[in-house]
Write a protein that binds this ligand. Structure first.
Ligand code: 6GU
Length: 274
């Protein structure tokens, strides 16, 4: 996969040289290219922002440098890149980044990112780009960052680990909390490693029992409990057909039941205080 990022802070993206993404680049599985937006300015001050039409606080990123930078990225298409990139625009007003969107982006051969600082990029840049390439505006959650660079790191890491051959163990994302399939919409439970006794704390007996059926049951019960405690909003997305009688009994003990009328699982109120 090819990834281009246009930014005024290339140094903010240094983490792309580290760990999983860094290794994928070194192996040639990811071709990441950073571009400095200010190199596409034409004035001595290398200006990238200006005051907003209509007034209001903050500054807006000027269209000309962004257009020049994106034109250059598009013009650099190589064989196998795909004709045009999918443009990902990180913004708190975008659609929510989910595992499903990560999967969708992982299927594209070429992504280009346009992270903004200030109040955002002049809208006309996005409109014009959308006439030439797929554009997706993406938010990574309900909070406001000072700029989109950190969102690029989040999105690139979530996408890169889905690419074939990037994760060591092919099974590693089968059980991901939000992966499609059996574990969908279930948070993973706690994990333990050696030593068996640490600061007077042991490991749940079942995990050292060697009984794989019991271990699987325990892990699923823990996942149910953790999801109910931390993400009760996910409970209504649970699939009745994915539950057996042991699941239903475990859920009952947690105050969760299938409501035929509602066509979904309901639960007694959850205490959200931690
Ligand atoms: Cl993608 N950008 C900014 N600036 N803030 C955000 C965000 C993105 N996602 C959540 N908050």
């Amino acid at each position: 996969m090819r990834i281009d990022v246009v930014t005024i802070f290339p140094e903010y993206l240094e983490p792309l040289n580290v760990s999983l993404v860094g290794k994928a680049r070194a192996r040639g599985q990811l071709d990441v290219r950073l571009h400095e937006l200010r190199e596409h300015t034409t004035d001595v001050h290398r200006t990238v922002d200006d005051s907003p039409y209509g007034g209001g606080p903050g500054m807006v990123m000027k269209p000309e440098p962004w257009a020049a930078a994106l034109d250059q990225v598009v013009a650099s298409a190589g064989p196998g890149d795909g004709a045009v990139p999918t443009l990902v625009v990180p913004t708190p007003s975008g659609r929510l980044f989910t595992q499903e969107l990560a999967q969708e982006l992982a299927g594209r051969p070429w992504l280009a990112f346009a992270p903004a600082r200030y109040e955002g990029i002049d809208r006309r840049v996005i409109e014009e780009a959308a006439e030439r390439m797929p554009v997706v505006e993406v938010s990574i959650g309900d909070y406001v960052l000072a700029g989109g660079e950190v969102a690029v790191l989040v999105i690139v890491e979530a996408v890169a680990r889905l690419l074939p051959g990037v994760l060591g163990n092919a099974e590693s994302h089968r059980d991901d909390s939000f992966a499609p399939g059996r574990m969908a919409d279930l948070l993973e439970g706690p994990v333990y490693t050696k030593p068996a006794d640490w600061r007077g704390r042991g490991v749940p007996e079942v995990l050292v029992s060697g009984n794989h059926g019991k271990i699987a049951r325990w892990r699923r019960d823990q996942a149910f409990a953790r999801t109910l405690a931390n993400r009760p909003d996910l409970v209504e997305r649970w699939d009745r057909d994915g539950m057996d009688k042991h699941d239903l009994a475990a859920l009952g003990a947690l105050g969760v039941w299938w409501d035929e009328e509602a066509g979904r699982f309901l639960h007694t109120p959850v205490d959200v205080e931690q």
